[in-house]
Write a protein that binds this ligand. Sequence first.
Ligand SMILES: Nc1ncnc2c1ncn2[C@@H]1O[C@H](COP(=O)(O)OP(=O)(O)OP(=O)(O)O)[C@@H](O)[C@H]1O
Ligand SMILES: [Mg+2]
Length: 245
Amino acid sequence: MIPGLFVSGTGTGVGKTCVGRGLARALRRHAVAVAAIKPFETDVNPVARDALALARACDRPHLAVAAGLYRVPPPLAPYAATLEGHPPPPPLDTLARCIRGLGEGAFPIVEGAGGLLVPVSATTDVADLAAVLRFPLLLVSRDGLGVLSHTLTAFEAARARALPLCAIVLTSFGLRDTSAATNRRILQERVPGIPVLAFPEVPGIDALDGAAGDAALADAADAAGLTALVRSQLPASPAHASRRR
Ligand SMILES: Nc1ncnc2c1ncn2[C@@H]1O[C@H](COP(=O)(O)OP(=O)(O)OP(=O)(O)O)[C@@H](O)[C@H]1O
Ligand SMILES: [Mg+2]
């Protein structure tokens, strides 16, 4: 049984928010109450786009504007933004308390910033928040040439920190190359026991309106087997059973 999920990945732009939106919406279809949260968001000018998209997908708009989460304008790692003179992120245990409070009575899905080892301060990184929360990782990586080493490097980093992995999610969008024919198979061989899921492309996702995009991404989460995998690991607690759909 898992208490929540931490959506991280091999880097920025690999599809974490799309996966998180899809999973949140798909779980809502099964009447699971979800709190999808973006604790660190940079490039907020002035809108925290990931936070808004996640909050909409789980039908909890207040999560996008909740106090206590880190928001800064420059498109930088949090530690880099601090070095540029912006306020530092809250301490990780403070942030974790805030996330737990926001996620109370719901299944929390937390999206990290960029890749797993993005620096949050001089001594901490995104992976440390996953460790403090004790949520298993969904490791998202983009299918294509380079994904094998990127994914296995992130996997090793997670293992070195004893972070449990729920699944690796391979996203596929834009230009394809021939590596896609074997990437999933090779990754699955290298990480036996960890599901490697193929999250399909949702063509034109950025042009769809929010609700239509969420629905299409939920279909993609279903098609990947991600919804079923997570549902099979949800706590039995009635706290997650929602009356709203
Ligand atoms: N499944 C998908 N189908 C189609 N396009 C996708 C998919 N996943 C991602 N994309 C494309 O990649 C872009 C970036 O995806 P997304 O915002 O989910 O990445 P991210 O890893 O959350 O990035 P960030 O590090 O900025 O949070 C999307 O705006 C979309 O254009
Ligand atoms: Mg994102």
